[in-house]
Design a protein around this ligand. Structure first.
Ligand SMILES: Nc1ncnc2c1ncn2[C@@H]1O[C@H](COP(=O)(O)OP(=O)(O)OP(=O)(O)O)[C@@H](O)[C@H]1O
Ligand SMILES: [Mg+2]
Length: 245
């Protein structure tokens, strides 16, 4: 069984404690979301899990056969157009250029980009378009484990829902596994098998929520009800600095 196992993970930047005693396991086909306030250490946690930062205390064991990453900021190559940015992982894997281009075009269309945008360079794309390119680049290689750091933050609600639906299909049909970071509690409830709620300074898990209902059966009513349940908790209201009157 492919798993990502995080045990007793602590992290410091200089003398500042960023993460304290993080523990979780993600199994093949699961979606685990980490939700928490800005500056709480979510991106740092994901970088540690993806081996982009060295683990200093505790352990991260990743036995997934392949993984890819969509960063919080799109990080596109400015000298490559949309299709060449998306196909970069396929080219690195040795795909022929014409096949890599074809597959990249298909996924670009699926993720709401239009043919007239394919030759554009990143400087000529909107923030939401850049995010879609970055998301497509991570998914085109068909990873077993996908790291997603707030991939939908620059998208309007309609497109956000559409891409969430694509993700749910990939989870249910292909057993895609996702470590998902978001500020958006409703988004986490819509997508996740498990949510870890992080409190900041240092980032540590204060609550954990598990959802058994299959993602494609979660309607708006389910999402609103579960959100309301979570928001009854006073510690959560203060964690998110919400004012509920
Ligand atoms: N390379 C670094 N060197 C020093 N401090 C860092 C570094 N990267 C992040 N930090 C600090 O670590 C803390 C957590 O940052 P991180 O980016 O992980 O938060 P986050 O939860 O992802 O926030 P956001 O929701 O705003 O993206 C912040 O105080 C940040 O300033
Ligand atoms: Mg972040």
């Amino acid at each position: 069984m492919e798993t990502l196992k995080v045990q007793n993970l602590n992290h410091h930047f200089g003398f500042t404690e960023i993460l304290r005693d993080i523990n979780f396991i993600v199994e093949k086909g699961q979606v685990l979301s980490v939700v928490g306030p800005s500056g709480g250490g979510k991106t740092t946690l994901m970088h540690l899990c993806a081996n982009l930062l060295d683990v200093e205390e505790g352990s991260v064991e990743n036995s997934f056969i392949s993984s890819s990453f969509a960063f919080q900021e799109a990080r596109l190559l400015p000298w490559k157009n949309v299709i060449d940015n998306i196909s970069i992982g396929l080219i690195a894997k040795g795909w022929k250029k014409n096949l890599a281009d074809q597959k990249s075009r298909e996924i670009a269309i699926k993720f709401g980009l239009e043919e007239e945008d394919f030759d554009k360079f990143p400087k000529d794309l909107s923030g939401g378009m850049k995010q879609r390119v970055s998301f497509a680049r991570a998914l085109v290689v068909n990873p077993s484990l996908l790291f997603l750091d707030e991939p939908f933050s620059a998208l309007d609600i309609g497109l956000k829902r559409e891409l969430q639906t694509h993700l749910i299909e990939m989870v249910q049909e292909q057993g895609l596994t996702i470590l998902f970071i978001t500020h958006d509690l409703m988004e986490a409830i819509r997508l996740s098998d498990k949510i870890l709620l992080l409190e900041a300074d240092p980032g540590h898990v204060i609550k954990e929520f598990n959802y058994d209902l299959e993602q494609d059966k979660r309607d708006d009513k389910f999402v609103y009800q579960e959100t309301a349940k979570i928001l009854q908790d006073k510690t959560i209201i203060s964690t998110f600095e919400l004012e509920l009157k």
